[in-house]
Design a protein around this ligand. Sequence first.
Ligand SMILES: Cc1cc2nc3c(=O)[nH]c(=O)nc-3n(C[C@H](O)[C@H](O)[C@H](O)COP(=O)(O)OP(=O)(O)OC[C@H]3O[C@@H](n4cnc5c(N)ncnc54)[C@H](O)[C@@H]3O)c2cc1C
Length: 449
Amino acid sequence: MPSRNLNQPGCTISADVAVIGGGVIGHSIAWEAKRSGRSVVVIDDAPGSGASWAAAGMLAPVSELHYQEEDLLELMLDASARWPRFAADLARAAGTDPGYLATPTLAVGADAADRQALLDLRAVQQANGLAVEPLTIREARRREALLSPAIACALDTPADHQVDPRLLLQCLRRVLSADPGGTGRGAPFMAGAVDGYAVLDRAAGLLWQDGAVAGVHLEGGAAVLASETVVANGLQAAELAGLPDNLHLPLRPVHGDILRLTVPAHLRPLVTATVRGLVRGVPVYIVPRQDGTVVIGATQREDAMGQESGSSAGAVSAGGVYQLLRDAQVLVPAVAELELMECTARARPGTPDNAPLLGRVPAGGSAGGRQPGRARQGPAEPPYVAGLIIATGFFRHGVLLAPAAAAICRDLLYGTEDQRWAPFNPARFSGGAVRRTEAGTGLNTKETA
Ligand SMILES: Cc1cc2nc3c(=O)[nH]c(=O)nc-3n(C[C@H](O)[C@H](O)[C@H](O)COP(=O)(O)OP(=O)(O)OC[C@H]3O[C@@H](n4cnc5c(N)ncnc54)[C@H](O)[C@@H]3O)c2cc1C
């Protein structure tokens, strides 16, 4: 569909909801908002090119459990429970499959120390009510014939599933650009946006009016006006101009190298389900796709090799590729016979507590406090910055958490808030009161003030 040229200063587009950032998080939130009957635009000059492009798509609340992350576990389990319905609704609306598979995950240890580490983790998983069952090597090899006979242990993790993030993004784009019938709710198709929803420009900053966020100022000089703006641009969220005063979004890049390989016909399927291994204490995983490829990942490094400032893309580490192929072959020796198709590196948007920054921003109150949501048009000022929702910092779990993030944002749009998610308040690292940006009579951005 032809679009109005939004690269014209002064040109505006209006929507109920403006989402900054077109990764899995931004697209999922946009779709949920559209499904609730709202008009939506997604602002991104390179949609789908961030961390979401690299992700393996493991939906792994059990394997990803870490000590002292109980709040995050609750959110991961909530998201995991939403996945079957989310995927089915999406497949129906898009007319195509996002590659969701409810196949189990096999955890494998290469040597005695890896075995002990996985059993220690199992004790924590069991203490949290999660099912992880030891298998004999024979049972594991009956399930996965190409698994090395030399592995030290195998554990079945039935609740950890997978989706193909690239297919997922395709589906989400399709339902956002599909005629509104796809939503069944008649949400408006946004004139002026590409395919009715996409604004292919970068957000420069937030627009404010009367103490509330009223939309987005674009780098090209145009503006998007919206009753609600969702900041979902991953690692770069903190760079936006016009964020509320004192709001500190402590995002850091945690780079990951990841490989995509084709399995020759005589070796298919290489594995039937996700294999997550520990090899001399280093994690590695093999995720099979339905198209005969596998994903092998992922390193975790905090150096900035080849990274442009603020970008989530970076150079692939030779040492990282070597390590992944070496360790994957320890678990499944036939990996050596695969065709290497793609090496990708992206940065995960990490936070100090590995949990997302998700929710409304309390105004003038204590950061992270459990405050009830309130409708914006009440007589008193709401206890949060009106018109603004933050959804970033999804670190290693953005694909898993996408349906939960979308549902939480939808509830916030309706003015309701589930107190279970208060620990993810985006102002929890801001150390005190967060102030609205100075109210103006017209639209203004803080950075131009
Ligand atoms: C190697 C690797 C493997 C992973 N595997 C998994 C996995 O198996 N399971 C899982 O759940 N998670 C996984 N993750 C984590 C997951 O990829 C992220 O948590 C998730 O993609 C974050 O999504 P996002 O939409 O917040 O960010 P992104 O996908 O990074 O999207 C942000 C978007 O914002 C846009 N943007 C940036 N600045 C601006 C601006 N100023 N204006 C407009 N747009 C802007 C960018 O162009 C980008 O498209 C993995 C990550 C990596 C790197």
